[in-house]
Ligand binder design. Structure first.
Ligand code: FES
Length: 198
């Protein structure tokens, strides 16, 4: 005997009233809604994760510009300079299939650290704390970071504040009397200078 016949015989056969829905179809509808919500949630999560992944991988894949040197003018003009001189480099980098030109601030100064050339050093203006632009304060004769107050001597040596190290020097060379600078990127928040893109 089928289930329906048994229900008919025992008087337990139930009839759906207009507007009532079979329990099985309610379950399958719930399952479908759950599936749609699950897929939608996963898709939204994946979209939200893209910027995080990109920022985590930056700058490993974001940019490349092998072996570029920028001319910051005659070497002689720096020999007699008594204070750091601000220069803006135009750097052309490959970002994926695009060429991107960006401006980078550096300071040509006097120093004696490794890498200096006849007493000349070039410092990146990127603060080794969290990357703000360090500025030269002529009145106080120091470099000062406006974000969290780190201070550096005219040759870039650390004087105070949350920065974990001195300002970073860049590779330099002289070609036909012109001072050339190779711009590099350094890791923030570490006590030792660490190049991440050269
Ligand atoms: Fe320069 Fe924080 S970014 S002190």
């Amino acid at each position: 005997m089928t289930e329906k016949a048994h229900e008919r015989e025992t008087g337990t056969l139930s009839v759906n009233l207009p507007g009532e829905v079979e329990p099985g179809s309610v379950m399958s509808r719930r399952r479908a809604v759950g599936w749609i919500l699950g897929v939608g949630g996963t898709a939204v999560g994946a979209l939200l994760a893209i910027p995080l992944i990109r920022s985590a991988l930056y700058p490993i894949f974001a940019r490349s510009r092998a072996g570029t040197w920028s001319n910051v003018g005659s070497e002689n003009q720096y020999a007699s300079a008594s204070t750091p001189m601000r220069k803006v480099l135009k750097i052309v980098e490959s970002a994926g299939w695009q060429k991107v030109t960006s401006s980078k601030v550096v300071y040509v100064t006097k120093g004696s650290r490794r890498g200096s050339l006849g007493g000349i050093e070039v410092l990146t203006a990127v603060c080794p704390h969290l990357g703000c632009e360090v500025q030269w304060e002529d009145g106080k004769k120091i470099f000062y970071c406006p974000c969290h107050g780190s201070k550096f001597a005219p040759d870039g040596k650390y004087l105070g504040g949350p920065a974990p190290r001195s300002m970073d020097t860049l590779p330099i060379r002289v070609a036909d009397g012109q001072l050339m600078v190779h711009y590099e990127y350094f890791r923030n928040l570490v006590p030792q200078k660490e190049v991440i893109i050269s």
